[in-house]
Design a protein around this ligand. Structure first.
Ligand SMILES: *Cc1c(COP(=O)(O)O)cnc(C)c1O
Length: 488
């Protein structure tokens, strides 16, 4: 190999040329202002247009600007924002719209978006105390706040995750290690849940190497809640057979029907039988902030691990879930690692850092987008918004019950409802599909469908902070109109 020696002049010329080209990555103050002004103008136009916007827009096919070719030369921001507006912020479901009543709606609080912006600007690394003691303190304080909201003891800890699916994975891995499940035990180990458990729990079990556990589906009552009287017998029967019951996964607000399993009774059974109780409260957990929700969620404080999604019940933009574990050390045992290149960042008196409690090392500073709106608004409007969702669900249930041809599912535990249309004649599923199509064609509100006991069923999930009575009334109106035209 020939090592080329460069003269000082060569060094100067080469490095200067590269520096001058790479400096394009750092816009000057006036250029930054132009960028942020244009981006803010886009955001303002977007937000102002929401009340008149459709929540669902049919896709019109691919767009040229999103072909994946990245040029060597710059493109004007104006053109890029135009492309964003037409190609991305047009077709599909608009998650920022209060008309989003499908699946589980997310949120998009403005100060949270600003928090995300500021977190991106400073790029504070919230994984390790040594690197950003302030960011880590903020995230730990938020986890502490959530643990207190639930009523968990001082020993509790947790982590801000990317969402509910990763939070469930984190909890299940923690439960597996806390219960000392070894590979050879897995085929004899039993997990109890209802058929309404979110599919990400199955995914998490499989990723955690627990796919060969025996899954026991506990029957449900007429409101899709776990039948605790059967649960105890099922666990006993498995123990009698020499199997190893080790975990119950309860849901505090199922995605499909919004049902809350009887947590107090399930917790008592888990305590008596020595099982880990994991509660998936990704959708329902933050209803703890209002009195109506608190009553529905009684017993959540008895769980060994809990998942709740700030990007659902705290109305944040997507990207923030949370796992809470009654004993923080168990979460750490399942995730904590050391490495030589991390030797400067070892545990101090500050306790565990987020990276000790998570599968992630590098991570976005999620705490800022959670902290900013909570502090800026205070809790009162959150409490009101969550109570409003519960009352809107009850209102919808009552109004729809009075509409000809409609049958409603159970009275809502929280804010998800199921319902269907029963035509006087003809195919029931076909009629409900047509009804759903009519709602989507109107587009002002968006709902989705599911299957309940094998039957095609419509559902509405009321959780968006922008959903108020007008959106619910609009849904009732479109449903009524569509039903009348079907029966005509
Ligand atoms: C939404 C949801 C999940 C999944 O959470 P993501 O944040 O979408 O990953 C899990 N469980 C329940 C009950 C949910 O509603």
């Amino acid at each position: 190999m020939v090592i080329q020696t460069e003269t000082d002049m060569d060094w100067n010329a080469r490095l200067q040329a590269l520096e001058s080209a790479s400096r394009d990555l750092e816009p000057a103050a006036n250029e930054r202002k132009t960028i942020s002004d244009q981006a803010c103008a886009y955001a303002e136009a977007f937000l102002e247009s929401l009340p008149a916007c459709k929540t669902y827009v049919q896709d019109q096919g691919s767009s040229e600007g999103l072909d994946g070719r990245i040029a060597e030369t710059p493109t004007r921001l104006k053109d890029l924002l135009a492309e964003l507006g037409s190609s991305v912020d047009g077709p599909g479901i608009n998650p920022a719209s209060g008309g989003h009543l499908g699946y589980i709606p997310g949120g998009g609080l403005y100060p949270s978006a600003v928090g995300g912006f500021l977190a991106g600007i400073s790029n504070r690394y919230s994984g390790v105390h040594f690197a950003s003691p302030g960011a880590v303190r903020m995230e730990k304080a938020l986890v502490r706040w959530m643990a207190e909201l639930v009523g968990l003891p001082e020993t509790a800890g947790g982590d801000l995750t990317s969402g509910g699916s990763t939070a469930n994975l984190s909890a299940i891995v923690t439960a597996r290690d806390a219960c000392k499940l070894h590979c050879a035990d897995i085929p004899q180990s039993c997990v109890y849940m209802t058929r309404q458990v979110h599919h990400c729990v199955h995914k998490a079990l499989r990723i955690a190497g627990l796919g060969e556990c025996q899954l026991r589906f506990v029957p449900m009552d007429r409101r899709f809640r776990m039948d605790d009287s059967v649960l105890e017998d099922m666990i006993q029967a498995d123990q009698d057979r020499g199997l190893r019951p080790w975990m119950v996964v309860a849901s505090a607000g199922t995605t499909d029907t919004g049902a809350v399993d009887p947590l107090l009774k399930i917790a008592a059974i888990c305590a008596a039988k020595g099982l880990w109780l994991h509660v998936d409260a990704a959708y329902g957990g933050f209803f703890l902030l209002c009195e109506e929700g608190r009553r529905a969620l009684a017993g959540l404080d008895k769980a060994d691990s809990i998942v709740m999604d700030p990007h659902k019940g705290l109305f944040l933009p997507y990207g923030t879930g949370a796992v809470l574990v009654r004993d923080e050390r168990l979460l750490a045992q399942a995730h904590h690692y050391q490495a030589d290149y991390m030797q400067d960042a070892r545990l101090g008196d500050s306790g565990f850092s987020p990276a000790d409690l998570s599968a992630e090392l590098s991570r976005p500073f999620r705490g800022l987008g959670l902290w900013l709106p909570l502090k800026l608004f205070g809790l009162a409007p959150y409490r009101a918004a969550l109570a409003e969702k519960i009352w809107l669900a009850r209102y919808f249930h009552e109004r729809l019950s009075g509409m000809a041809g409609f049958v409603t599912g159970p009275f809502p535990d929280l804010s998800v409802l199921t319902f269907a249309y029963r035509p006087k004649q003809g195919d029931v599923e076909e009629a409900n599909r047509l009804l759903l199509q009519a709602v989507l064609r109107d587009g002002r509100v968006f709902i989705s469908s599911t299957r309940v006991h094998g039957q095609f069923t419509l559902r509405a999930a009321i959780l968006h902070f922008r959903t108020h009575r007008a959106e619910v009334d609009h849904l009732l109106e479109v449903l009524g109109r569509a039903a009348r035209s079907l029966s005509a």
